[in-house]
Write a protein that binds this ligand. Structure first.
Ligand SMILES: Nc1ncnc2c1ncn2[C@@H]1O[C@H](COP(=O)(O)OP(=O)(O)OP(=O)(O)O)[C@@H](O)[C@H]1O
Ligand SMILES: [Mg+2]
Length: 250
């Protein structure tokens, strides 16, 4: 790597726009992320944060605008292509998996069926109740199957996988939303350690404490519009809250 490469952004988003039918989810969005930099993406519910992450990770194709990775403009049509570019993602949905019924989570991918070929829910529920009793002590183990883990534990596995495989950029969509205090601290430590590997991080969080603790820059979205980007050291919570809500504090 030359000195020039080190100063080149890992990711360059230029004038990204995304519409779903008549809804504009993202408009005129531009952002550069540099190696070893942590950028926080904040905004209220429905602002377009997850949509933006899915655009970067190839899940959605932008309606217009360009994505440039280390100087190369790319057209990604699926998440596999993003992974090939060294981009790993921890999706928000993963944190929400524990809001599905426990028994469906427990049997994800290996649901028992009855003689009619229908899901054997009675069996799943009975076995889950049994397991819940047995899993009173929640100690994660390499031998545990994912469906035996809590939402928080599953999220931990996804974060570990993403941080292990990411070579350039990691996108975290509310990675600590389902985690306890100690687990959150651990994830924050891991995110900070990515700097040493020169990996860029884009993290979505509703916790401004976390945003101010971790990020180098903060990018604010409101109803799909990019309100502004600030250096974390040169702003404060009041300014960011005003940007998120659109309400000025005088
Ligand atoms: N696949 C889709 N089809 C239609 N509309 C969508 C789709 N995905 C997102 N949207 C819309 O785009 C907007 C932005 O949604 P998005 O999930 O990106 O918000 P968000 O900032 O991540 O919110 P939250 O903080 O609640 O997770 C919302 O109005 C949402 O309804
Ligand atoms: Mg979201």
């Amino acid at each position: 790597m030359t000195a020039m490469n080190a100063a080149e952004p890992i990711l360059k988003l230029n004038d990204i726009r995304k519409t779903f039918g008549g809804i504009t989810a993202i408009e005129n969005f531009s952002l550069d992320i540099f190696p070893g930099e942590i950028v926080a993406l904040v905004g209220d519910n429905g602002a377009g944060k997850s949509t933006l992450i899915k655009i970067i990770s190839g899940v959605y194709t932008p309606t217009s605008g360009t994505i440039t990775i280390e100087g190369e403009t790319v057209a990604m049509s699926n998440a596999t292509m993003a992974r090939a570019h060294g981009i790993e993602v921890v999706y928000q949905d993963l944190a929400l998996a524990d809001q599905q019924t426990v028994y469906m989570n427990m049997f994800l991918g290996r649901e028992p069926v009855n003689s009619f070929g229908l899901l054997d829910r009675r069996k799943m529920i009975a076995e889950t109740e049994q397991l819940v009793k047995e899993l009173d002590v929640r100690i994660p183990s390499a031998y545990a199957t994912i469906r035996d883990l809590s939402g928080g534990q599953r999220q931990g596995v996804a974060i570990a996988r993403a941080t292990h495989w990411a070579s350039k950029l990691i996108l975290l969509d509310e990675p600590t939303a389902a985690l306890g205090v100690a687990e959150t601290a651990k994830v924050e430590e891991i995110v900070q350690s990515l700097k040493q590997r020169n990996i860029g991080v884009l993290i979505i969080s509703h916790s401004l404490d976390q945003v101010f603790k971790l990020s180098d820059r903060i990018c604010v979205l409101r109803r799909g519009r990019q309100i502004g980007v600030r250096e974390t050291a040169k702003t404060d919570k009041n300014e960011i809250i005003a940007m998120i809500t659109g309400l000025q504090h005088h």
